[in-house]
Write a new protein. Structure first.
Length: 460
């Protein structure tokens, strides 16, 4: 690496493939990226890109207008690959074409960081690349490992699974409100397997009930453990739609509540939007019964499916979680922003409260607050962590809030980022932490929250 290289905002070099048919454009982009300290793979056509994608690639910069296979075709082909890097679209075309391409990518499950018109400004490119959390995305992009039902069954029985917790905080005050339980599996030979892989596998293998039972029990025990340390927190559990269709589900939940001492009113059950608008409607009876017991029913990943809120309003939901990809798009695409902000408003009018997922940086944090959403969750606040790290994180979060307040009071014009020492444990991986990023501009008006936070962190 030459001395002239500038570190990226996230301080982590990315591997970036550039697909553009014009050699001088490829070369210009390559030198810009290398200047930023990234590793570049230049591709003149799709076959070259496909070969590059057999290895690790974090981002592909893609020219939309190319002879033979155009950018749209490339997006469709990328969607079929085992590894799908995030995209930066390059074009000199009008806004509507770029938006169409972005939607096409989203429909194929390909993440688009944003679009740049050629020629673009260095700052604009840097801003888009800052949205990548390479170390976090790598495991989910790995080709799905060959799983066997017996291995998962053994993992459930043999304590190979773990539950990590990601905090949810009140956006207006910073108060820590709850934790979302996220399953983790460290396979003895394959290594860590993403829940994005093993949860659908468990559903297909008929093991989802066993998996959910294990996760729910452990998470309920852990939330009771937190309460014993003075942290009265809500627990959000991801619930497979298979479970909700099982008439025995409510009875099993009753049993777990009885055994662990967790209260129904502490629970939120998240069901993904796509599951809710699937072919068979969910049994209203099960949902209503749970809502009657004071469980908050939550629509997860809103914005990834095609549900409209009126459709969802027929079911007894109390919470809407704006999907992180939807939130990320809202920051770069005017139309998505309008739709997202209107969704928040409509949700409020329908009596739901709103959680913004994927609060990855200060910009999403600021946007989430502007929308009037109640809660935020994401790496900017904390990465998922084991239960043991929760009390220390809550205390550190309170200090972070406090520090930012102090700094703001001392130098009102100076923006400051979260303290660099802030590194929650668990899923936190070096290089991907927002703490390592340069001073984001945050306007946290947190005076009241500091008190609240300290009030909840004192052990009893
Ligand atoms: P989810 O319920 O939407 O959970 C949020 C996912 O987004 C988590 O991924 C979390 O690590 C990730 N995340 C949180 N903040 C950020 C951020 O700022 N940026 C980015 N890029 N990602 C963020 P994870 O743990 O890999 O879980 C993936 C999905 O697997 C979950 O999505 C959930 O649908 C499912 N899942 C996880 N655990 C369970 C479980 O116990 N049961 C069921 N049925 N599903 C589960
Ligand atoms: Mg969830
Ligand atoms: Mg979600």
């Amino acid at each position: 690496m030459s001395d002239k290289r500038v570190k990226t905002a996230s301080d982590a070099a990315l591997k970036i493939a550039v697909l553009d048919d014009e050699e001088h454009v490829r070369d210009a982009i390559a030198s810009t990226l290398e200047h930023l300290g990234h590793e570049v793979v230049l591709c003149e056509d799709f076959p070259t890109l496909a070969r590059a994608l057999e290895g690790r690639v974090d981002v592909t910069m893609l020219d939309l207008r190319m002879p033979r296979v155009d950018g749209l075709e490339v997006i469709r082909r990328i969607a079929t690959l085992a590894t799908r890097p995030a995209l930066v679209l390059l074009s000199g075309m009008d806004e509507r074409v770029r938006r169409g391409a972005q939607r096409l990518a989203a429909e194929h499950g390909v993440v688009v960081l944003g679009a740049l018109s050629k020629p673009f400004r260095l700052a604009a490119l840097e801003r888009l690349l800052r949205r990548v959390a390479p170390t976090e995305r790598a495991p989910t992009r790995a080709p799905p490992p060959t799983l066997q039902a017996a291995a998962l069954r053994a993992a459930i029985a043999g304590d190979e699974l773990r539950v990590h917790y990601q905090p949810q905080v009140e956006l207006a005050t910073g108060r820590v409100v709850g934790l979302e339980a996220l399953a983790r599996w460290e396979h003895p030979t394959i290594g860590p397997i993403s829940p994005g892989v093993f949860v659908p596998f468990a559903e297909d293998a008929g093991l989802i009930e066993a998996l959910s039972d294990w996760v729910f029990r452990r998470a309920m025990e852990d939330i009771v453990w937190c309460a014993s340390r003075g942290l009265a927190l809500r627990l959000s559990l991801n619930c497979s739609v298979h479970s909700l269709k099982n008439p025995a589900f409510a009875a099993r939940l009753d049993a777990l509540i009885g055994e662990t001492g967790c209260a129904y009113s502490q629970l939120a059950l998240e069901v993904t939007e796509t599951a809710l608008v699937g072919s068979e409607p969910l049994p209203l009876e099960v949902l209503t019964r749970l809502a009657m017991r004071d469980v908050t029913m939550s629509i997860d990943d809103f914005g990834t499916g095609y549900a409209n809120l009126e459709q969802l309003d027929r079911m007894p939901f109390g919470e809407l979680k704006i999907d992180r990809r939807f939130a990320a798009r809202a920051l770069v695409d005017e139309h998505t922003r309008i739709i997202a902000e209107n969704s928040v408003e409509l949700a409020h009018r329908l009596g739901l409260h709103v959680v913004v997922e994927g609060v990855e940086d200060a910009r999403v944090w600021a946007w989430a607050r502007r929308t009037g959403s109640e809660l935020g969750q994401g790496y900017f606040i904390a990465r998922p962590m084991p239960r043991e790290s929760v009390p220390a994180w809550v205390a550190a979060w309170a200090r972070r809030v406090d520090d930012e307040l102090d700094a703001r009071a001392a130098t009102p014009e100076t923006a400051r980022g979260p303290p660099r020492a802030q590194r929650p444990g668990g899923d936190a991986r070096p290089g991907g932490s927002p703490a390592g990023r340069p001073a984001p501009l945050v306007n946290m008006n947190f005076k009241t929250c500091t008190l609240l936070l300290f009030a909840t962190t004192e052990p009893t």
